[in-house]
Design a protein around this ligand. Sequence first.
Ligand SMILES: Cc1cc2nc3c(=O)[nH]c(=O)nc-3n(C[C@H](O)[C@H](O)[C@H](O)COP(=O)(O)O)c2cc1C
Length: 156
Amino acid sequence: MPMPKEQFLNAMRFLAASVSVISAKDSSGKPYAMTASSVTSLTIDPPAILVCVNNGASIHDALVENANLCISILNKTQQEISNICSLKNMESRRFKNDFWDTSDTPFIKNAQSNIFCKVDETVAYHSHKIVIAKVLRAENADIFNTLMYADGGYLD
Ligand SMILES: Cc1cc2nc3c(=O)[nH]c(=O)nc-3n(C[C@H](O)[C@H](O)[C@H](O)COP(=O)(O)O)c2cc1C
């Protein structure tokens, strides 16, 4: 008997996660960004990280092998940019604000951490692509103030 989706979704509501925004430019230089809670540390040797990206997300096709991407772990003051990067109807306005530095690989200024990566491998799995990226460098805040999401909302 297949597992009821409701049971799975309810279990996932209890899986508290940090909120990140992943960002990249495509081969023509157009920037893309998406809010993601699926960012996970993968290995330390090599330093590698993974993120799961829905096939329908606008950033999806920019995340090909050797593409540069940044994973900005958001802090608690950056809920607005999380909303901008997770609402489909905000796509055209994602970079029309002061949150960004887009001079090279786009990243969110003053994020908790900015983790600059290069895509190493991608694995297609049903509705999503698992993006495995090698970490090139990271810039970190001094104190912990990470924005968290669980039970259908942001945590205080
Ligand atoms: C807190 C939070 C976490 C999310 N995590 C993911 C994720 O890990 N992977 C994913 O594909 N979509 C995730 N989403 C949904 C995308 O941000 C959303 O579908 C976005 O609109 C897709 O980008 P697009 O508008 O450019 O197509 C998350 C949304 C929120 C609010």
